[in-house]
Write a protein that binds this ligand. Structure first.
Ligand SMILES: [Ca+2]
Length: 127
């Protein structure tokens, strides 16, 4: 049993290290950064791509919080960032049929909490 301990610890670390809400929305671990689509915006409900927690929520994060951190029909049909696309369209669930643990119909097309065309990439993003 002890010879397998490092493997077990690695698995536990990977599970614990994953942001808590990524699995609660479609493609939560695949949302592209508006300034570089090759990068992933890990903290989808936050204004910082990689810093989660209860502070600094973006409009989608506030709506997700109001929905009790659940992917509901209302949250899916809502356009949290007012960019003309619903949260479901941006996260790859245009028909709002996704359920936790299933594969979304599409890959994400945008960020549900960041209005991409007005996001200040030149001031905020380096790299
Ligand atoms: Ca939107």
């Amino acid at each position: 049993m002890l010879k397998h301990l490092p493997i077990v610890l690695c698995i536990v670390f990977v599970v614990v290290a994953k942001p808590p809400y990524q699995n609660q929305i479609p493609n939560g671990d695949k949302v592209p950064h508006p300034c570089n689509p090759e990068l992933i915006w890990n903290a989808v409900g936050h204004n910082d791509a990689n810093i989660g927690g209860s502070q600094n929520l973006n409009p989608f994060g506030k709506d997700f919080q109001e929905a009790s951190h659940t992917w509901t029909q209302d949250l899916c049909h809502k356009d949290s960032d007012n960019d003309g696309f619903t949260n479901g369209q941006e996260l790859g669930d245009p028909q709002c049929t996704w359920r936790v643990g299933t594969v979304p119909v599409w890959t994400p097309t945008g960020h549900p909490g960041i209005y991409e065309s007005i996001y200040p990439c030149s001031r905020v993003y380096i790299g």
